[in-house]
Design a protein around this ligand. Structure first.
Ligand code: ADP
Ligand code: MG
Ligand code: ZN
Length: 549
């Protein structure tokens, strides 16, 4: 009797199972419908390929990418495993021929794209002895996922109608509990096998407020000849970066959806076979790419979600050696992403979800927590700090910013938690823009409290407080700031706030007579403008009272 272990060795040439593989395979062989959640490169394919060889009949593999299908089938055939695929790249005759092979049980694995399933092939499929259905990239079935595809939604019905009542295995690298639950519900799965998602050999880093072209040139000069990927968000940007690197005599190649197939293939191979060390690409590049020695993945622009970010960054260091994942964060890029969502023709609900994902991504760039831990937290996994990410290694001194934090938090409270970041920053810095001047007077009691700081500075402080869960940004396109439970303890004086900053923050206004005098003037003007009696001019004591709630 062949066991999974012997098949692993004899058919695939590996000695031992990776984390989670054996368990998933056992489940499938027991006819338990299972969701396998493993990181990119974790070895999900074997979880259905091995059972496919052990079960009677054939295994239907639903896979979203045509290029990937062919590679997988080729690899299986090379190992002497009878497999084939059916997709839109084939002529009618070829499709018929392959179905005939399947009916004759001359193949064990049949790869199909989800689009093909619901467009006419069902009757053919229903005649096949399907014993197992494997749904790869199963997060595509969930609207909470980062890559939702409507054709995946129909899968459930189609599978239910198969007369052979096959076992189902769904596989994904997207680990948020919400997405996982959604997949389980839609496909009636009973078991979930989730392996750890941490990538201890990856060092995460966020680079802020730097000229990113300059950063790239410096980085690539120092890490000369090492293999790495630079992700940019648009084709135009990919081309611009490629030219820019060329001018600096840095060897790179590029990949994006606007290039023709041959060119893409050529460039991809140049990178895969180490003829060119650096690949500049849009996110069209990488799915299914199995290059082990990628030493760094740099994002020149912030992606739309942490799911995408982790998946793309995870292409570094698959060989287990130390590698870097660097995000070049510019606030402007977030605004552009925001604009894309706004302009897209997604329905309102989907837009809201996209805004929320972008928000989580932005918080990643602003947290001072361990970056690996932050990501794992987001995916619902508890972990210790990694000890080697940008934040773990940040040796700037922590400063007590409790008073500043209280000022921001009380401003949010006094404005009745009805406004977003920019307005809060404008009120605190004593801006005279119309929008502020027209606010209700009772909402302006913290007006000008931070007038000695710039709008940008206060915005960043708000980002930090949001990323650290003192505040939270509620919902969608124009998120409204609200005070989180942790922020309430700060307002009550039960918790102190620390932040690492390069500059010494000046926080206590009342200690400084001159500033205090400026503030007095500012607030008097405001009172006059609004036609109300001037504020009670506050002292140290009233400042403290104002911060309390
Ligand atoms: P995923 O789909 O989870 O991203 P793959 O199934 O493509 O990952 O596997 C990634 C790589 O790991 C492949 O090259 C595969 O051959 C290899 N691999 C999978 N399982 C094992 C194992 N048990 N031992 C060694 N290598 C493995
Ligand atoms: Mg895969
Ligand atoms: Zn860390």
């Amino acid at each position: 009797m062949m066991t999974p272990q012997t098949i692993l060795q004899t058919k695939f040439g590996y000695d031992t199972f990776r984390n989670g593989q054996a368990k998933v395979i056992d489940n499938v062989l027991d006819h338990q419908n299972v969701l396998a959640i493993m990181p990119t490169g974790g070895g999900k394919s074997l979880c259905y390929q091995i059972p496919a060889l052990m079960m009677d009949g054939i295994t239907l593999v639903i896979s979203p990418l045509i290029s990937l299908m062919k590679d997988q089938v080729d690899a299986l055939n090379e190992n002497g495993i009878p497999a084939t695929f059916i997709n839109s790249s084939l002529e009618y005759d070829e499709v018929e021929e392959r179905f005939e092979m399947a009916r004759q049980q001359q193949i064990k694995l049949l790869y199909v794209s989800p689009e093909r399933l619901d467009s006419g092939y069902f009757n053919q499929l229903a005649q096949l002895p399907v014993s197992l259905v494997a749904i790869d990239e199963a997060h595509c079935i969930s609207q909470w996922g980062h890559d939702f595809r409507p054709s995946y939604l129909k899968l459930t019905d189609i599978i239910k109608q198969l007369p052979t009542e096959p076992t189902i295995i769904a596989l994904t690298a997207t680990a948020t509990p919400k997405v996982a639950n959604d997949i389980m519900d839609r496909l009636n799965l009973v078991d979930e096998v989730k392996t750890g998602f941490s990538r201890p050999n990856l060092s995460f880093k966020v680079v802020k407020d730097q000229n990113s072209d300059q950063f790239l040139v410096d980085y690539l000069t120092v890490n000369h000849e090492q293999s790495g990927i630079i992700y940019a968000s648009t084709r135009k940007e990919v081309e611009r970066l490629t030219l820019m690197l060329k001018r600096h005599h840095i060897k790179s190649t590029m990949y994006h959806g606007g290039m023709n197939r041959d060119e893409r293939r050529q460039n991809q191979d140049d990178f895969l076979y180490d003829r060119v060390p650096v690949m500049v690409a849009t996110n069209a590049f990488g799915m299914g790419i199995d290059k082990s020695n990628v030493r760094f993945v740099i994002h020149d622009q912030v992606p739309g979600s942490l799911e995408s970010y982790y998946q793309e960054a995870g292409r570094a260091g698959r060989d287990g050696l130390d590698s870097e994942a660097i995000l070049l964060f510019k606030l402007n890029d977030v605004q552009i992403q925001h604009f894309f969502i706004d302009q897209s023709d997604m329905d309102e609900q989907t837009k809201q979800r996209e805004y929320d994902k972008l928000q989580a991504m932005t918080q990643y760039a602003n947290t001072q927590q361990c970056l690996q831990q932050y990501i794992l937290d987001y995916f619902g996994e508890k972990s210790a700090s990694c000890g080697h990410c940008g934040n773990c290694l940040d040796d700037r001194e922590s400063q007590d910013i409790t008073v500043s934090a209280q000022q921001v938090l009380s401003c949010v409270k006094r404005m009745h938690e009805r406004f977003g970041k920019s307005l809060v920053a404008q009120v605190l810095t004593g801006s005279k823009v119309k929008r502020v001047m027209q606010m209700r007077f009772d909402e302006l009691s913290t007006y000008g409290l931070m007038h000695n700081r710039s709008q940008k500075d206060v915005s960043e402080l708000i980002d930090f407080l949001t990323a650290s869960n003192y505040l939270y940004a509620d919902g969608g396109q124009y998120p409204i700031l609200k005070v989180a439970p942790r922020g309430v303890s700060v307002l009550r004086g039960d918790e102190q706030v620390f932040r690492k900053t390069a500059v010494k923050v000046q926080q206590a206004l009342a200690e400084d007579d001159e500033l205090f005098e400026e503030l007095r003037t500012l607030r008097r003007e405001l009172a006059e403008q609004q036609g109300v009696p001037p504020f009670v001019i506050f002292s140290d004591k009233t400042l403290h009272d104002m911060c309390a709630i």
